[in-house]
Ligand binder design. Structure first.
Ligand code: GLU
Length: 363
């Protein structure tokens, strides 16, 4: 049997046990549980927050750093302390740890994406636990994941994981905020049919909130990866989840998941421009699974080159992303035309399609 690859995401709230500093006892316990799960059946990848928290403690900052610079400085101080805690925790189980720091920019570029993937695979073959965090020192608003929940979903896709476990300070997703509403019930399973609206009323949990955990689990599910949101404070929860027991909230993977390329396009890519289409073209693309032809292009926004990722927009809403076979200048000249007219206008025809179906992800 091929080992199932599992990404475990741990937020600062869990790693600090709700206090103002990392809690080495919690990290030791979690490292023990993760190491114990790694065997012939499972390979484990960790996404760990906690750098800012650890840096804050060392720098003696009483309150959460408010400015980006202070957060980045605290993360720079704290990242090595965070890794030391993991190293110590896994060392007891004779597991080597490896620090992997990523920004969104690293995953937007396909070659860097593949490099990160290959490095993580090499680490797994060596039996080392990749401990992944956002590279806070360089990440500005433009290239930030936003929070480690989103990062963990992208990492799960990056590494072909089968399971994403988001361990947090709550038992899972509730029908309402359990701290405010005594009627709130835990939702054991979320399938494809569940409305987004119903999942919004979940109450805070960690830096990205419960909402961002739900978003991450849904991103993973649409790429065919099962997601679980569960309580990281309950010892043994990870083993129970891996054994398939009903713990927390389980997000069922989509039965017809996006391909790897589609998932990258949908979640990790960065559109350089946009192509506006009309409702008819949208219907052909989304409903009938067609490629985008020049006749469907209404207008072109921003400057991009052939091979760049573009947003497909209708009525002001981005509904798909794809790799565009034409640069924006050429596209301006052939928009609205028939495919048979492309060569006449441009002197060449690199492709019939503006965006081929296989290079498109419907959002
Ligand atoms: N990368 C941040 C840290 O290590 C945490 C981001 C998050 O928790 O979402 O402190």
């Amino acid at each position: 049997m091929i080992a199932r690859r599992v990404v475990v995401k741990l937020g600062s709230g869990v790693l600090s046990a709700g206090k103002d500093r990392l809690d080495p006892a919690v990290i030791r316990r979690l490292a023990g549980e993760i190491a114990a799960s790694w065997g012939k059946d499972f390979e484990m990848i960790v996404v760990s927050s906690g750098a800012i928290l650890a840096g804050r403690e060392k720098l003696g900052l009483k309150v959460r750093p408010a400015t980006i610079q202070l957060k980045q400085a605290a993360a720079a101080v704290g990242q090595s302390r965070l890794m030391r805690a993991w190293e110590e925790g896994f060392g007891r189980r004779r597991r080597t740890v490896a620090q992997v720091l990523l920004t969104r920019d690293d995953l937007r570029h396909r070659n860097r994406y593949l490099n990160a993937r290959n490095t993580i695979f090499a680490l797994l073959r060596l039996g080392a636990v990749p401990i992944i965090n956002e590279n806070d020192t360089v990440a500005d608003e433009e290239i930030k994941f936003g929070d480690n929940d989103v990062l963990s979903a992208l990492v799960a896709g990056l590494c072909d994981a089968q399971l994403l476990v988001l361990l947090t300070d709550q038992d899972g997703l509730y029908t309402a905020d359990p701290r405010l509403d005594p009627q709130a019930r835990l939702i054991p399973t979320v399938g494809e049919g569940h409305a987004q609206a119903r999942l919004g009323r979940a109450g805070p949990s960690g830096s990205g909130g419960m909402e961002s955990k739900v978003r991450a689990a849904r991103m993973a599910a649409s790429a065919g990866i099962e997601g679980v949101i569960a309580n990281g404070f309950t010892p043994g929860n990870l083993a129970r989840i891996l054994a398939g027991e009903p713990v927390g909230t389980r997000f069922l993977p989509r039965t017809a998941p996006m391909g790897k390329r589609q998932a990258w396009l949908a979640f990790a890519s960065h559109p350089k421009g946009a192509i506006h289409v009309d409702a008819g073209a949208r219907q052909a693309l989304v409903g009938a699974g067609k490629s985008l032809l020049p006749s469907g292009v209404k207008s072109v926004a921003k400057t991009f080159a052939a091979g760049d990722v573009v947003s497909l927009v209708e009525g002001g809403v981005e509904f798909a992303r794809g790799l565009c076979n034409y640069g924006s200048e050429d596209l301006q000249r052939i928009k609205g035309l028939k495919t048979s007219q492309i060569e006449q206008v441009l002197g060449q025809k690199p492709a019939d399609e503006i965006v081929h179906r296989d290079n498109m992800a419907v959002l």
